[in-house]
Design a binder for this molecule. Sequence first.
Ligand SMILES: *Cc1c(COP(=O)(O)O)cnc(C)c1O
Length: 401
Amino acid sequence: MSFLSTQQRQVLAELCQQNDTPFYVYDLDKLEAHLTTLTSQNVVKLWYAVKANPLSEIIKTLDKCGFDFDVASSGELNQVLGQGIDAKRVLNTGPAKSKKQIQHFLSKGVRTFVAESHNQVAWLNQAASEHNITLQILLRVQLRWPDSEKNPLGGDSLTPFGLGIEDWATLNITDFPALDFAGLHIFQWGNMLSSDKLAELWRAMIAPLQNLSAQLGFKLRILDLGGGLGIPYTANDQHLVWPQLLDALDNIKQSVGCEELWMELGRYAVGEIGFYANPVIEQKQNYGANQLIVAGGINHILRPAVTNQAFPAELLRQSSEATKSFLVHGPLCTALDSLGEFSLASDINETDWLIFAQCGAYGFTESMPYFLCHELPAEYTFKQGQISCVRQPETADYYLR
Ligand SMILES: *Cc1c(COP(=O)(O)O)cnc(C)c1O
């Protein structure tokens, strides 16, 4: 099974002939078709979690397909506004909102915020009063279940995202007249591949969230369920079924009785339309194992090292040789630079390219490009038969001081 369509393979082959260093390429036709499916419904309002991939051309495609934008830093905000998107279509989520960042967001026209602490609530209220405006606020909740009960969220690990029910319960919303408390936000799971499991999680959260909004004294008009919709990273993984998810979401919406359901999608929106092409340096045998050394590693594509989950990889060239298992290593002088173990044609050599798929999300900007002073990868898009270079490859000269 291949993660590449025939057309994607042709585009990659053409680009590999023109390049001798690693690069990313994004299939914008496939992206547009996928996003159009996601937004053709009236159950859930969709935001794009910009951290998944902030490339201008990706943001423009999401804009065209009816997504609004969830940003977590001034840099992400400026990038979204730079594509001509109105600040009224921006939501600000994230655990670190300094007074300075809040001022920046308000001055740019952002009016919708997910508050993750008592200080954030107070600082947002203060800044809104100064500007003589009202902000729409969702409180981010971090849920736990009593030890004795089955915890549908899995572990009880503490994160900096939002606050627990009891920690929010002391908030007196009448102290913040410049804030319109419109709803609650919850998101504490990742890369889910089962529609049933997701539906179960969502259902389990309804009662505690309804209790909290009643206790705080506001109507739960908006429920934001975050992201966490998964994509397959191996040929055997299952795929989420979007119509099935919509049914589950519609049921949640009815049970909660809220006006709007929101989600911010990252991986599920853009993950499957990106590829990372990587020149092979050599193969070698070591203590009985087959090792493949490639030109780009976690300096360009860090995620395997931090999640222990490889992106799927295949050889660009069609080879009739039998396959062997190879351990694939990048160029960095650290054992961390490992991209996974793959079954590949045994004649793979220094003229070949490895293509990593499912790299549209958490690729380029999630990496560690400065370590060991290798070049930065180029970024290309492919749209209606046209290949465009959005970023040229760059040597380390531009950032070394
Ligand atoms: C990262 C993030 C998302 C997107 O997560 P995915 O798993 O990529 O869908 C959504 N919401 C918030 C608040 C996030 O930080």
